[in-house]
Design a protein around this ligand. Structure first.
Ligand code: NAG
Ligand code: NAG
Ligand code: NAG
Ligand code: NAG
Length: 364
């Protein structure tokens, strides 16, 4: 490895004397990945929160496809951050709260099923502000282990990947379905205000590369359909409208941060439309079923996947890869693989202004 590094260094000197910074022998060249968010990205943190057994989803058939045992991921197999780590040639990132020794040089995963941006969304989960405080602990760890300069470099080069906001809007839609439009607008602004503060704090600590999977088509989940039979095969309008508004504001907020903060780079993956398309045109993407879940009970199998750890009955499809949805609100490993590929190397129409591959490769 050292030989390879010095070889590429010599070549770079011949290529251009301007690229001299590429020549410093770095002990660790690849960019780390720090994952923040909700159940779409939770690699198992919730099972380690005191007193939160049921929302941890660490029971069968979660995990059946890839890990062959439940890991706390709300999926039959791998989630998007697992595939991003694979594409970035990083190991699968363990959940931050997993007991035992950690090596944070390649990053870690702070996401928590049920979490939102707002502290009041689903108390008991790890909300975004707490996830940020965990990141500060990791930055301290990096300084202790790598020294100040190398820790700084690791933080600068790292990619910060987010999936957050959906639970804030599920929560508003179910608790205040008749809230006024002006209340809803103020609510989305409050979410965005808090989210922007977290991003500014990551920048202040030294992070530069921010990536988002935007809010999904929240009204089209099997869980939403199961709760409200009037939705039928379509989508509930309020959560959809909140997600679209959030996504417009997110895009504006990131553009603004890019102009305000030198060196700030970002990526937004259009999860909303990418998933919507798969729900309504499953066969175009190799799926047989776009609306009902593989696992659960009731209409669209929109609840109770795993039957509360096998204590009640539920249905389970024989081949999850034929389904877009694994359970009430979470996609299958097969769908996650497609979504992750779009995040990684999607065209600017789907993932922009940069995709994750470009963010990872971007030199700082
Ligand atoms: C859970 O409780 C134990 C014992 O009180 C404590 O050491 C640990 O930090 C707690 N974990 C979390 C995630 O709060
Ligand atoms: C962490 O892992 C990296 C390789 O990914 C290795 O170089 C480093 O020595 C490890 N650090 C600690 C403290 O274990
Ligand atoms: C953040 O959210 C809280 C509610 O949890 C709200 O009172 C506050 O105004 C929000 N902050 C911003 C900057 O929007
Ligand atoms: C699920 O049930 C099995 C045995 O029936 C038990 O060993 C396991 O701890 C339970 N898991 C959860 C998350 O409650």
């Amino acid at each position: 490895m050292a030989n390879l590094n010095s070889l590429s260094c010599v070549l770079l000197i011949f290529a251009s004397t301007l690229i001299s910074t590429s020549c410093s022998p770095l002990p660790h060249k690849r960019a780390a990945l720090f994952v923040f968010g909700d159940s779409l990205f939770d690699a198992g943190n919730n099972q380690y929160i005191n007193g939160s057994r049921p929302s941890a989803n660490n029971y069968w058939p979660y995990g059946e496809t890839f890990f062959k045992h439940p890991t706390g991921r709300v999926c039959d197999g791998r989630i998007v951050p697992d595939f991003i780590a694979l594409f970035a040639k990083l190991p699968i990132l363990p959940p931050y709260l997993q007991p035992g020794e950690h090596n944070f040089t390649d990053g870690t995963n702070f996401a928590s099923a049920g979490a939102g941006v707002l502290d009041g969304t689903h108390p008991g989960t790890i909300n975004l502000n707490t996830q940020l405080s965990y990141f500060k602990n990791v930055e301290w760890w990096l300084r202790q282990k790598l020294g100040f300069a190398e820790a700084k470099k690791t933080v600068r080069r790292a990619v910060y990947l987010f999936s957050i906001g959906g639970n804030d809007y599920f929560s508003l839609s179910s608790s205040s379905p008749k809230s006024t439009p002006s209340y809803q607008r103020a609510y989305v602004e409050m979410v965005m205000g808090n989210l922007t503060n977290v991003l500014k704090e990551i920048y202040r600590i030294g992070g530069r590369k921010i990536a988002f999977q935007n809010a999904g088509p929240l009204g089209c989940t099997p869980g939403t359909k199961a709760m409200d039979p009037s939705v039928g095969g379509g989508c509930a309008e309020l959560p959809m409208a909140l997600a679209r508004r959030h996504n417009r504001l997110l895009s504006n907020a990131l553009q603004k941060l890019e102009t305000e903060l030198p060196g700030f780079k970002y990526s937004i993956f259009d999860y909303y439309n990418s998933l919507y398309d798969r729900i309504f045109k499953p066969s175009k993407y190799g799926f047989k079923e776009g609306k009902a879940a593989c696992c659960g009970s009731g209409a669209y199998r929109g609840k109770n996947c795993g039957g509360n750890n096998g204590t009640t009955e539920y249905e389970l499809c024989s081949n999850p890869s034929e389904y877009v949805w694994f359970d009430m609100a979470h996609t299958t490993e097969g769908a996650n693989w497609q979504l992750a590929k779009l995040l990684w190397s999607g065209s600017p129409k789907v993932t922009g202004p940069y995709n994750l591959k470009q963010l990872f490769e971007h030199k700082l």
